[in-house]
Ligand binder design. Structure first.
Ligand code: AN0
Ligand code: CP
Length: 315
């Protein structure tokens, strides 16, 4: 594998999930594969899990890691061509990407959606500029439109916890005070559509995701109806896609409560974290035995490790 910027970079999601589960049993089995190799992790936004699990994954493979919080510590980058750079932006991505590529063998990038410019976000300017100018493998640690390391960890988690061959999985929107990106939901949908599962998306009207991503997915506007017989409830907030980046509804009735979980088939509760307690989900659900968010976050290491392993094998 050359880059990992979307799930489509994997030859096979299902085989990769099995490989990650094998890797998890003995996480140091490829500890010399990355010897002498360096990964640069560039963060244009905050992170806990992605930052630590990707470093851990690289270290399990024997790699060196360099981390930079670009958002707060880097020069502000210009991405447009032919601009007179006499404003705030000190450096063009053309130089920055080429310079960074001399210090490492793989570059991983977190650059959230602007949520103000739909076209720019759709073009994935940050990730694609690094792809274009760095000339080394690029890994997506959540870009404007996707979070494929999260979705791979989610697929591993569902595989580990499913008790029937074809579980019912519900992706539910839940309220949040701030406008959040679509990336996690997009990649989750893409991941579900690569598998034969009973998949339903539920959200209030106005929160339809990009139809090019949801394609023919079932959308049920009645959350309680969607929850009937669910084996997994995957919860995430996102802002409006049509009214781009706007919070069009914060209906507290969409919060995940014990009463709602009672409608399900004793479903597991999943969330990528960070999660706001008693806004997205009630304490008693998050603290219940059915909540697998901690195990889900653990799988971020094996998701990153299997991806880095595939890239290292191709270097
Ligand atoms: C981010 C998001 O919703 O995309 C990161 C999630 C992994 N969440 C927040 O900004 C709270
Ligand atoms: N789930 C996830 O990506 O978490 P962080 O934003 O903390 O990295």
């Amino acid at each position: 594998m050359q880059h990992y910027t979307s799930l489509n970079d994997l030859d096979s999601l299902l085989i990769t999930v099995q490989e990650a589960i094998e890797l998890k049993k003995n996480q140091l089995q490829f500890k010399t594969l990355g010897e002498g190799k360096t990964i640069c992790l560039l963060f244009f936004n905050n992170s806990l899990r992605t930052r630590l699990s990707t470093q851990k994954a690289a270290q399990n493979l024997g790699m060196n890691t360099i981390v930079m919080n670009f958002g707060s510590e880097g020069w502000e980058l210009e991405f447009e061509d032919g601009v007179v750079m006499n404003q705030n932006k000190s450096e063009h991505v053309k130089e920055a990407a080429k310079v960074i590529a001399q210090y490492c063998d793989i570059v991983a990038i977190r650059a959230f959606a602007s949520l103000t410019d739909k076209e720019k976000d759709k073009d994935e300017m940050v990730i694609n500029s690094f792809k274009k100018y760095a000339g080394i493998p690029v890994v997506n640690m959540e870009s404007a439109t996707g979070h494929p390391l999260q979705a791979l960890a989610d697929a591993i988690t569902i595989e580990e916890f499913k008790t029937v061959k074809k579980p019912k999985v519900v992706l539910s929107w839940a309220p949040h005070p701030k406008a959040l990106p679509h990336a996690v939901a997009n990649s989750f949908v893409e991941m579900m559509l690569l598998q034969d599962m009973d998949f339903v998306i539920t959200h209030p009207k106005g929160y339809e995701l990009n139809p090019e991503i949801t394609k023919n997915s079932t959308i049920e506007y009645n959350q309680e109806k969607a929850f009937e017989n669910a084996d997994f409830v995957y919860v995430k907030n996102w802002s409006s896609f049509n009214d781009y980046g706007k919070v069009v509804n914060t209906d507290v009735n969409w919060m995940i409560t014990t009463d709602k979980m009672k409608i399900t088939n004793n479903a597991k509760f999943m969330h990528c974290l960070p999660v706001r307690r008693n806004v997205i989900v009630a304490d008693e659900v998050l603290d219940s035995e059915n909540s697998i968010v901690i195990q889900q976050a653990n799988n971020r290491t094996y998701s990153a490790q299997i991806v880095l392993k595939k890239i290292l094998e191709n270097l």
